[in-house]
Design a protein around this ligand. Structure first.
Ligand code: SAM
Length: 312
């Protein structure tokens, strides 16, 4: 099922905010970035903005540990003894590896467009499945006790979100849980912010909007409504504000380092798109990261989870 199916299906959905900034008529054929841009490797024919390469593997692993520290754990849903766990858009698989270790009796599946970190030796109860959540998940209804998806705002077009969450709910077993962790994309989610941060956010938002991605934090604020729209109950929504910079202690320093690397990861496509030298974009990122300490900037995340009702 292609992602535009979700887009059409979601169009008349009353529970989800419509994009305040339309996707400027983004079409699948328009997304192709050069596969190799400078030293980075990007996916073609996908809305996903970030690179897929060794540098990004390292950043995602680093980010995993920072998020786990900020969240004080890998998840918030009140799962008991899950038999099957699915992580959609699993990235390096680190989250799923840890769940597999925590629940050795469970089968844990990580799904992503591509397998990365293939050389790592995953726990024996972990398995990778190649798939594209925008095309529908390759699993039967009611297959998993816990379905987790983290940080796909930069990959799932805004209008596809309701359908994607319905798909996560479809593969969840009655009584099982779906958990989403997302990050703000709008300027108001980096607050307070200085001029370089504002300028970088404006450029990045324009690039993301071309792919139909959310640039106004509509996804962050709609997570609970997506879960509700997918028929889930016992929904819980928890905002998470993470400091950026040394003023925020260890987590603040690490998160600033992570965000700086994430910004640098799209410097080449930004430079190409806006006809600027990449050095200029990199200098803007340096200035922005200095501002985070100066302004004591916080970055907004949120976690939402809900339970699939048991049929009577
Ligand atoms: C920002 S990374 C987050 C990875 C992981 N969830 C984490 O928190 O460490 C987004 C991941 O989603 C994957 N992805 C992007 N579009 C996808 C799609 N349509 N279907 C499945 N995975 C996708 C990317 O390949 C990437 O590994």
């Amino acid at each position: 099922m292609p992602w535009w199916f979700f887009r059409r299906r979601s169009h008349n959905s009353s529970h989800v905010a419509e994009p305040a900034q339309p996707s400027s008529g983004w079409q699948l054929g328009e997304v192709a970035l050069p596969r190799l841009q400078g030293p980075r490797r990007y996916l073609q024919e996908q809305p996903y903005l970030l690179p897929k390469d060794l540098g990004e593997v390292n950043r995602l692993d680093f980010q995993h540990y920072v998020l786990r520290a900020a969240l004080r754990g890998n998840y918030l849903a009140p799962i008991q003894q899950p038999r099957r766990i699915l992580d959609v858009g699993c990235g390096t698989g680190q989250w799923a590896f840890e769940l597999a270790q925590q629940f050795p009796q469970a089968e844990v599946i990580g799904l992503d467009l591509e397998q990365i970190k293939a050389s790592a030796s995953p726990p024996p109860n972990y398995r990778f499945v190649q798939g594209d959540v925008l095309q529908g998940l390759p699993f039967a209804n009611d297959s998993f006790d816990f379905v987790h998806q983290r940080l796909l705002t930069g990959a799932i077009p805004l209008t596809a979100w309701p359908g994607v969450v319905q798909e996560l709910a479809r593969v969840t077993a009655p009584g099982g849980w779906v958990e989403l962790l997302e990050v703000g994309t709008a300027l108001q989610d980096y607050m307070p912010s200085g001029p370089a941060t504002q300028e970088f956010n404006r450029l990045a938002a324009q690039l993301a909007a071309l792919r139909g991605l959310d640039v106004e934090s509509i996804v962050l604020r709609s997570l609970a409504r997506y879960l509700e729209g997918a028929g889930l109950i016992n929904i819980h929504y928890q905002p998470l504000d993470v400091p950026l910079g040394e003023w925020g202690g260890r987590i603040g320093s690490l998160m600033a380092l992570d965000l700086r690397e994430a910004c640098k990861a799209i410097s080449a496509p930004l430079a190409a798109r806006f006809g600027r030298p990449e050095q200029e974009v990199l200098a803007l990122i340096d200035q922005a990261s200095q501002e985070w300490d100066e302004f004591r900037t916080q970055w907004h995340f949120a976690v939402a989870y809900g339970q699939k009702p048991v049929r009577s």
